[in-house]
Design a binder for this molecule. Sequence first.
Ligand SMILES: Cc1cc2nc3c(=O)[nH]c(=O)nc-3n(C[C@H](O)[C@H](O)[C@H](O)COP(=O)(O)O)c2cc1C
Length: 260
Amino acid sequence: MILYNIIFMADLTNFLLNRRTIRKYSSEPVNDKLLNELLMEGCRTSTTGNMQVYSIIVTRDTNRKKELAPLHFNQSMVMEAPVILTFCADFNRFNKWCLLRKAEPGYDNFLSFMTAAIDALLVAQTVCIAAESRGLGICYLGTTTYMAHKIIEVLNLPKGVVPVTAITLGWPAEQPEQVDRLPLEAIVHNETYDDYSVERINSIYREKEGRDDSQQFVTENNKETLAQVFTDVRYTKTDNIHFSKILLKVLHDQDFMNNA
Ligand SMILES: Cc1cc2nc3c(=O)[nH]c(=O)nc-3n(C[C@H](O)[C@H](O)[C@H](O)COP(=O)(O)O)c2cc1C
């Protein structure tokens, strides 16, 4: 048993350190039995107060994928992957249960949205690990929160439900290079937050900035620095403000901002 555990742990470490996002998928389907296993395992993850204030929408239908694709900015994996999973913060089910049981729900507020969003993200990531551990590939779709208002329409989400993330899921048709990560010392603070000096920032980002792929990124985007690719091209202030307004309206419309 101990030997089994040691081998299992070594495999787990190896698996966690070697994962990567997959954006190209083969046409091989992901069958219902396998998908259900992943979802069952995902739903075993921690959840606030054991309330499970999330829902998962499974999209396999090509026509519905065609409706979702533009909302995910036509990222090719949305049509290519056999399955899209949209993870939603969901107090609708729990509120209904409370009302049917003479209990008055107080979950139409921002804190409850955060609670449900955290629950939804935890289950999403656990489904991803379950999938990747079987050799499946996943890609998160950040566009979910940008276009939440439209996704709500396509997926018929009632009040109390907000999509917080989505993934494409399927069998990999690529084995991309792993991308970099910052060194652990850049991320981890012992006991209290150790704010970053100029020297530390320079040292932390030196390797990332020096990588060939980073430099290619800078050149392709006609920018002077890698940071400018993020601020001026990928995640701009204008876009962030625009999509923030949309998301805040979604939270209002879906009844998460009462009493705020
Ligand atoms: C919340 C979130 C949203 C993401 N959105 C997208 C996306 O819309 N399109 C995409 O190609 N990758 C997306 N990704 C994947 C990241 O780009 C990827 O995880 C990152 O570049 C690191 O690569 P790796 O996962 O292979 O280590 C997203 C990841 C997260 C966590």
